[in-house]
Design a protein. Structure first.
Length: 153
């Protein structure tokens, strides 16, 4: 089953893709890899769809959902860049930055929302290496920002 078929089977709709800005792009293909700029749970005009710090305003399940939404935003950018998600052969690497209140020390539990989505959509090839890093601040107080590397055919 292709990634596009899995999305449909799961009933997932991707948000509108981010627009590139004058001095940077959201996705860049180099050889058989696509490097993704940092993505967060942002909507039209880079307006946060979720905001707050884990361990203060947000619980782990809310952070998990924000990470999953961030994954949908990444997939939207990929589809916009490639025309379809089907050429993606592997999720290679993910780095997640989690907006944490002092004392919150389980950012990995939040990033599972992104990782679980990648496995749902790409199957075993969605499994990846990753780092989850707790940070003091993120753009517009979003709870999660993710950079990712994908392999394409």
């Amino acid at each position: 089953m292709t990634a596009e078929q899995r999305l449909k089977e799961l009933g997932l709709e991707l948000p509108p893709p981010f627009r590139d800005e004058a001095n940077r792009v959201r996705a860049l293909r180099s050889g058989n890899h696509i490097y993704m700029s940092g993505h967060g749970p942002l909507g039209e005009g880079n307006v946060p769809l979720v905001s707050g710090k884990l361990g203060r305003e947000l619980t782990i399940p809310q952070g998990y959902d924000a990470a999953r939404l961030t994954g949908l935003c990444c997939l939207s950018t990929l589809r916009n860049h490639l025309g379809t998600l089907d050429p993606i052969t592997r999720v290679v690497r993910v780095v997640g930055f989690i907006n944490c209140a002092p004392g919150f020390n389980t950012p990995s539990d939040v990033l599972h929302g992104f990782s679980d989505l990648m496995v749902e959509v790409f199957g075993e090839n969605g499994r990846h290496v990753r780092s989850a890093i707790g940070v003091a601040e993120l753009y517009a107080d979003i709870p999660v920002e993710v950079e990712a590397l994908f392999e394409v055919s």
